[in-house]
Design a protein around this ligand. Structure first.
Ligand code: NAD
Ligand code: MG
Length: 397
């Protein structure tokens, strides 16, 4: 039995993960489920999956879950706080950790899983953007196997001849790779008149044409900051530079990314836009397990379109390229600014187009240092958040 902790169990990726796990009760056993505040949803998951631990970051929510489960025949222990997240991610009995917390909040628990040498299914892209160098170095030291869950990175991984996984290191030149083609749907505002972008609402931004995801990543997809974060994520996972990666708009989201080789071959991974496919791929790797995703109907898909991205429409994509080239703590600063700006947009305190403006100002002002350990990253993150909050409070309200 493979013993699994799901960090961020109540989110979009977490729910898809539990769906796949429930299809293979003979193979997987849930060790811990975690969430931030959503104790009612976690209670339902705990009753179904009977984990040894349930963790809520929020102490009040944990108390409510404890009361809810008291008196039932459920043997799950309820824990609270960030330190408990770190413990269930690195516990000796755990084989595999699904890192599906959104944003920088996942930094310490995900790092704990890598430090403890787990098989880490990595959905939480923000932590790689913040501290990718430290994550990959720690994985090499501990022997942790990092498997990408982000559909594009999972596709690229599937198109590369890496039988031993990413832990053994990835050298694109040695593998005969000319470039990585990172595909993007272009989100809900791909064709929206530019003059209307300033007035779009959170509901419009969260209505992604192809994927059903959490709010933060949905807004990032609409601004294409998501593709920018993914570019940085890919640089760390596949040990390459932004110049090795071409972003390509592909509105149908049938191809999830491609790899071009020196002989002219281009390998692509195709599938329905359903996260259960990359989740099942990573869970089963190097074997294949059923995901519950229906077969791709190529006749119904019928056509696949491609175009170059419009950097004028999507300034966040250029900012991410700039941060990737700057290196050091620039990606951490950009990510932090973006988390604050997106939260403000979702609260109705910032216009959609001002997200890029906040991100740009914070990135350009950020004092860059070498992220030699997690505390350097955390300081850069805190400073950038503070700067973004000041900008939003002063100029944009
Ligand atoms: P979501 O908002 O649906 O879920 C987030 C989860 O994290 C929830 O369980 C929530 O309780 C938990 N969480 C939030 N804040 C927390 C905090 N401060 N402390 C502890 N836990 C906290 O998000 P999602 O869409 O499932 O995305 C999760 C991650 O996966 C993100 O990094 C996202 O970029 C990445 N990802 C998601 C998708 C997708 O299809 N949803 C695809 C690719 C990558
Ligand atoms: Mg993605």
């Amino acid at each position: 039995m493979e013993c699994i902790t799901v960090l961020g169990a109540t989110g979009s990726v977490g729910v898809s993960t539990l769906d796949v796990l429930a299809r293979h009760p003979e193979r997987y056993q849930v060790y811990a489920l975690t969430a931030n505040t959503s104790w009612q949803q976690l209670a339902i998951q705990v009753r179904k999956h009977q984990p040894r631990y349930a963790v809520l970051s929020d102490i009040g929510a944990a108390e409510l879950l404890r009361q809810e489960l008291a008196g039932s025949n459920c043997t799950t222990h309820v824990l609270a706080g960030e330190q408990a997240l770190v413990e269930v991610a690195g516990a000796a009995d755990v084989d595999t950790v699904m890192a599906a917390i959104v944003g920088g909040a996942g930094l310490l628990p995900t790092f704990a899983a890598v430090e403890a040498g787990k098989k880490v299914l990595l959905a939480n892209k923000e932590v790689l953007v913040m501290a990718g160098g430290l994550f990959m170095a720690e994985a090499r030291r501990s022997g942790a196997q990092i498997l990408p869950i982000d559909s594009e990175h999972n596709a690229i991984f599937q198109c590369l001849p890496l039988q031993k996984g990413l832990a053994a290191g990835c050298n694109l030149a040695e593998l005969g790779v000319r470039k990585i083609l990172l595909t993007a749907s272009g989100g809900p505002f791909r064709d929206t008149p530019l003059a209307e972008l300033a007035g779009v609402t959170p509901a419009q931004a969260c209505a992604h044409p192809n994927w059903d995801m959490g709010q933060k990543i949905s807004v990032d997809s609409a601004s294409m900051m998501n593709k920018g974060l993914e570019l940085i994520e890919a640089c760390w996972l596949f040990n390459c530079s932004p110049d090795d990666i071409e972003v390509l708009i592909h509105p149908q989201s049938v191809i999830h990314s491609m790899v071009e080789y020196v002989d002219g071959s281009v390998l692509a991974q195709l599938g329905n836009p359903d996260m259960r496919t990359p989740i099942a791929h990573a869970l089963g790797w190097p074997e294949r397990v059923a995901s519950g995703v229906p077969a791709l109907d190529m006749v119904a898909a019928a056509r696949l379109d491609f175009s170059a991205p419009d950097y004028h429409r999507f300034p966040c994509l250029s900012l991410a390229q700039q941060a990737a080239s700057l290196g050091q703590t620039a990606p951490a600063a950009l990510n932090a600014a973006n988390e604050v700006a997106v939260a403000a947009f979702l609260r109705g305190e910032l216009a959609f187009t001002e997200i890029a403006e906040v991100n740009k100002r914070v990135l350009l002002a950020a004092e860059l240092t070498e992220p030699v350990d997690l505390s350097v990253v955390q300081i850069a993150d805190a400073k950038a958040r503070e700067h973004a909050r000041r900008l939003i409070a002063a100029a944009f309200t």
